[in-house]
Ligand binder design. Structure first.
Ligand SMILES: [Fe+2]
Ligand SMILES: [Fe+2]
Length: 272
């Protein structure tokens, strides 16, 4: 069982978000803004999956998960709230969130489906988020210092994603979810997630007038495939998920622990 703390982030999300807030880099800014656009709808689905999965557990297994599920819901609900404020600023700047309605339409197909499918989708997304989060915490300098508030927001979110990376996975296992379905959903989620990320990033770049600039795609190539590149460094941990004996807790979380220790002044603890 993982002990999950809910934290209130001490940042001012009322201030507008500038274009190129991420180290003056158009590509990185568009990518992060795209991901933020997916969070309110995605994280609500994760909350519902975990809550409903918990209810399906037999009484004797519920005690083991009760506090962890509460912590998970608290953390994701806080992420949702802050990213909704974040997305409000993007909307004011004229960016259009195409991801959310697409995700909503897909998720509406899940009504009435066995909760283990919900959890398999959630666990797959959470694995994605966790390996991205760990990578981001280890390459925090790439967020730049133009907007320290957003840097803190992304690193705090990453630290908590790393903390709760096993919750949906463990619930899925506790409910007897199969390896085959877990892997099947993971492959599907990978394609959908990458497709949605690309489409929304391109849309954001087009809106900002940055899409057809050489510098944008040069930055994309190095950010994704360079020596410290996201794709290059997360491919192995991505692939680990396909192993039959995999559990997210096998992946190192020390970057998250370190960030939370070093940045304790950036948040207050809720209910403690
Ligand atoms: Fe989250
Ligand atoms: Fe999460």
């Amino acid at each position: 069982m993982t002990d999950l703390t809910v934290r209130r982030l001490l940042v001012d999300m009322e201030q507008p978000i500038q274009s190129r807030w991420c180290a003056g880099d158009a590509f990185r800014t568009a990518l992060f803004d795209a991901l933020s656009m997916s969070f309110p709808v995605g994280e609500q689905f994760f909350i519902d999956s975990v809550r409903n999965g918990f209810k399906e557990l037999p009484q004797e297994k519920q005690e083991r998960f009760r506090a962890e599920v509460q912590g998970f819901v608290g953390q994701e609900a806080t992420h949702r709230r802050l990213h909704a404020l974040y997305n409000g600023h993007l909307e004011k700047r004229g960016l259009v969130n195409h991801w959310e309605p697409r995700a909503r339409a897909r998720l509406s197909l899940m009504e009435g489906v066995d909760v283990r499918h919900w959890l398999a989708i959630t666990a797959a997304n959470e694995h994605f988020t966790a390996i991205f989060a760990d990578w981001m915490l280890r390459n925090a300098d790439l967020l730049g210092d133009r907007d320290p508030r957003l840097k803190t927001l992304w690193l705090w979110h990453s630290a908590e994603e790393s903390e709760h990376k096993s919750t949906a996975f463990d619930l899925y296992q506790a409910l007897g979810g199969s390896h085959e379905w877990r892997v099947r959903w993971f492959r599907r989620v990978t394609l959908i997630f990458l497709g949605d990320t690309l489409r929304q990033t391109v849309s954001n770049l087009r809106q900002e007038g940055e899409l057809w600039k050489w510098s944008t795609w040069k930055s994309a190539a190095s950010y994704l495939f360079g020596r410290r590149g996201l794709v290059r460094q997360t491919f192995r941990p991505w692939k680990d998920y396909l192993r039959r004996d995999f559990n997210p807790a096998q992946h190192d979380s020390s970057a998250s622990v370190r960030w939370l220790e070093d940045n304790a002044g950036s948040f207050s603890l809720v209910g403690r």
